[in-house]
Design a protein around this ligand. Structure first.
Ligand SMILES: Cc1ncc(COP(=O)(O)O)c(C=O)c1O
Ligand SMILES: N[C@@H](CCOP(=O)(O)O)C(=O)O
Length: 466
């Protein structure tokens, strides 16, 4: 399998090089040249597999000969061995139609661990084959940061620089990052929003002064390997609910469009998915784009679901590429227009292509609190605000009542204790694996929301490329 850029002008790479490259050199995102597809019989044969084996089976076509099946299985076994639930991503039934897919049983209590525990091992595997090292530069609205740091802290050939918007992540999220004191971990709080941080990261990939000196790498979902690992849990959930004989719908709390794009890929691979519901908070650029075709950026409003306070959604580009006819040069022009004017109109092909599988919905602050309260009062489940936005969308999507709807429970409620307490009166306690978080020492630097300041800091502290 080789990987091509959504903007059509970067060299095609194999899986290992695409994983280490992160973003393509033309500013685009890597996607597989074609979607591998499983037959109905092949999907039926996956029923009942342990998670690590299922993961190997789903990911092998993307990995190609960069890893043997035995080696990939060894890595998935190691990655998912750190999860605190035997099922890795267990399903919980809420009522006759609604289910939760709990994705927060990894070391940092959010769905990011599912991909990042594996990505840390993939970096080590591929870097170990040469003298190369990697300078990871990432942006986080709270969860990617801690999951990535946990995955690479202390690894010898990797430095990580993680930018988060100062004051816009929860206390638990911040401390999960800043209390990791390994020498290769650098936390940077910047003035501004997640979008500002993400724009700086992308700019660094295209800054020759930086890329000449440092091998810049990505842990955000611009890195294809992140999305690849997230495809697996769509299969895991649907197989338990009757796939391939029965269709399943998913409601996905969405910000950077990575998680829900993984669901789209699962559908391209043959998984029978009825609908993918894109659930946003009031930072609703994706809801507007999918419902009206207007993809225009507005200022970010802080909410109780801070990880989804995003208005420029990286992976939407992958969808536009795929449903718009895979014309990289045309998409590059469209994206340049968006970058210049902060607005673009989807083409008819893009709108119609997206509408075949995607529905969207938005939840405001009240609707989010109500969904948390509903889950608690009606089902006894304590859910976090991001999950609640997905649940609100699932309950209001008007789907056929015979189709099971799975809401992705993307974070543990203890990460957002204030909002959960406000809705339910219950203050979730921190799981024991992070229990002493508030006693640990923090280390971070604060920088202005200024690219030059961040680039200077990275240049001063990173290890030059070998
Ligand atoms: C808890 C949580 N839910 C949902 C999302 C949105 O996921 P995505 O950015 O893949 O759309 C994020 C951040 O990405 C998150 O941290
Ligand atoms: N919600 C994310 C934002 C970054 O998204 P990513 O999936 O592209 O890494 C976060 O928690 O940091």
């Amino acid at each position: 399998m080789d990987y091509i850029s959504t903007r059509g002008a970067a060299p095609a790479l194999d899986f290992a090089d695409a994983t280490l490259a992160g973003l393509a050199s033309d500013g685009g995102l890597y996607v597989p040249r074609s979607w591998p597809r499983f037959s109905e019989a092949e999907i039926a044969a996956m029923v009942g597999l342990p998670y690590a084996e299922l993961a190997q089976r789903i990911m092998q076509p993307f990995v190609g000969d960069c890893l043997t099946p035995e080696r990939l299985l060894a890595l998935t076994t190691q990655a998912y061995g750190r999860f605190s639930h035997r099922a890795v991503t267990p399903l919980v039934q809420l009522d006759a139609q609604q289910w939760l897919l709990e994705l927060f049983h990894g070391p940092t209590l959010a769905f990011k661990d599912v991909a990042l525990q594996l990505l840390g091992l993939l970096f080590e595997e591929f870097l170990g084959r040469s003298e190369r090292n990697l300078t990871i530069v990432g942006a986080t609205s709270g969860d990617t940061g801690s999951a990535a740091i946990d995955a690479v802290a202390g690894r010898s050939k990797v430095d990580i620089f993680m930018l988060h918007p100062r004051g816009r992540v929860s206390d638990v999220q911040r401390r999960q990052m800043t209390t990791v004191l390994a020498p290769n971990v650098h936390n940077i709080a910047i003035e501004g929003s997640f979008d500002d941080a993400q724009a700086m990261v992308k700019r660094m990939f295209n800054d020759a002064a930086m890329t000449d000196r440092f091998a810049i790498g990505a842990v955000n979902s611009i890195n294809w390997a992140r999305l690849m690992a997230q495809i697996v849990y769509y299969f895991a959930a649907a197989l338990q609910l009757g796939a391939p004989a029965r269709k399943v719908a998913f409601s996905v709390p969405t910000g950077n469009f990575g998680d829900v794009f993984a669901g789209y890929v699962a559908a391209q691979m043959g998984l029978p998915i009825e609908r993918l519901i894109v659930a946003t908070n009031v930072n609703d650029i994706l809801h507007r784009a999918l419902s009206t075709g207007d993809y225009s950026q507005s200022t970010v409003t802080p909410t109780t679901a801070p990880s989804m306070d995003i208005q420029v959604s990286s992976n939407f580009e992958r969808l536009l590429f795929d449903v718009g006819g895979r014309d990289g040069l045309a998409l590059a022009a469209q994206m340049r227009g968006f970058e210049a004017s902060k607005a673009m109109q989807l083409t008819n092909a893009q709108r119609e292509g997206a509408a075949t599988l995607f529905t969207s919905a938005r939840a405001d602050a009240d609707e989010t609190l109500k969904a948390i309260r509903w889950a608690w009062v009606e089902t006894g489940q304590v859910i976090d605000p991001h999950t609640a936005i997905g649940l609100h969308a699932a309950q209001t999507a008007g789907l056929d009542p015979r189709v099971p709807v799975v809401t992705l429970a993307t974070a543990h409620p203890a990460k957002f204790r204030d909002a959960v307490e406000q809705a339910t009166g219950v203050r979730p306690s921190l799981p024991t694996r992070v229990g002493d978080l508030f006693e640990r020492e923090e280390r971070l630097v604060q920088l202005p929301g200024d690219y030059a300041a961040v680039a200077d800091y990275v240049a001063l502290h990173a290890t030059p490329r070998v």
